[in-house]
Write a protein that binds this ligand. Structure first.
Ligand SMILES: NC(=O)c1ccc[n+]([C@@H]2O[C@H](COP(=O)([O-])OP(=O)(O)OC[C@H]3O[C@@H](n4cnc5c(N)ncnc54)[C@H](OP(=O)(O)O)[C@@H]3O)[C@@H](O)[C@H]2O)c1
Length: 263
């Protein structure tokens, strides 16, 4: 299938590893010109090398922390220096903190809000001017299945990722004046650094092996296994493509069937 994005310009934020990295890779494979961003400059450089080695295509990169307004301002300046427009924006930054409600204070809630919601808002606000110039801009943000089927011990990200569904629904309408579509992908459990770190912590807390944790959490998934980051990225790239030209305001689950609700 030709996704029709060859020669287009895409910015992937949170691209040094995991779902963002695989999204950048898939966009490169489809012929897009890809710009990547995340916090750690060394990790970003290694990701750029790996992308070049696997796709034969070079990426340009910029280190920024989207929980910091000044960094997002610097990212905006860099984009205006290196690109005349953006056709695609992917934000793959986010995550969750495993904790019970009673163990979370205001600071913990605010920290997670910056990470999952305000960072995304800042990036979109900074990039909308470049996406307008596309004439058919697309925004894809990473949500989570936990917003549709709240996970135990993850109240803070359940709440904030649900907020992203509302953001996508709102902006997909508001940005029609700019011909920008806005969607999100809601992954289920996916084997990235995020889940590996979580599995290590659970293994430590419970005195079991990491493999035992992964096995136990896999059993709750109808497909019996975790997702691979490239399986999530495939949906990201589809939504970012012209093949999804009538898909707007949606949050699409890619979760092996774990979220059981009808809607
Ligand atoms: N993996 C899962 O099971 C799962 C499940 C549901 C939803 N999701 C969602 O899918 C998205 C991607 O998850 P993932 O598992 O691929 O995450 P990951 O493996 O932790 O990778 C996150 C990426 O974002 C970058 N990053 C982190 N904080 C950042 C910040 N403040 N500013 C800029 N870049 C930042 C990281 O690089 P640096 O550290 O160098 O910044 C890295 O490149 C997230 O929104 C997550 O909530 C994942």
């Amino acid at each position: 299938m030709n996704l029709g994005i060859e020669g287009e310009t895409a910015l992937v934020v949170g691209a040094s590893e995991g779902i963002g990295f695989e999204s950048a890779k898939a966009l490169l494979e489809e012929g897009a010109d890809v710009l990547i961003c995340s916090r750690n400059a060394q990790k970003l450089e290694a990701a750029a090398r790996e992308l070049k080695a696997s796709t034969g295509r070079a990426v340009r990169r910029f280190a920024a922390d989207i929980t910091k307004a000044a960094d997002v301002g610097a990212l905006k300046q860099w984009i205006s220096d290196v690109a005349s427009k953006l056709d695609i924006l992917v934000n793959a930054v986010g995550g969750s903190r495993r904790a019970l409600f009673e163990d979370l204070d205001d600071a913990a809630w605010l920290e997670n809000y910056e990470f999952n919601v305000l960072g995304t808002v800042r990036v979109i606000r900074a990039m909308v001017t470049f996406l307008q110039k596309s004439g058919a801009g697309r925004i894809v943000v990473l949500g989570a299945a936990g917003a549709r089927m709240p996970y135990p011990n993850q109240v803070v990200s359940n709440v904030h990722k649900a907020g992203l569904i509302a953001l996508v629904k709102t902006l997909g309408v508001e940005f029609q004046k700019y011909d920008i579509r806005v969607n999100s992908v809601s992954p289920g459990r996916t084997l990235t650094a995020l889940w590996k770190t979580r599995a290590e912590q659970i293994a430590l807390d419970r005195g079991i092996t990491v493999d035992a944790v992964i096995h136990e959490f896999s059993e709750e998934i109808p497909m019996g296994r975790f997702g691979k980051p490239e399986e999530i990225a495939a949906m990201v790239v589809f939504l970012a493509s012209h093949k999804a030209s009538y898909v707007n305001c949606q949050s699409i689950l890619v979760d092996g069937g774990i979220a059981r609700g009808l809607i």
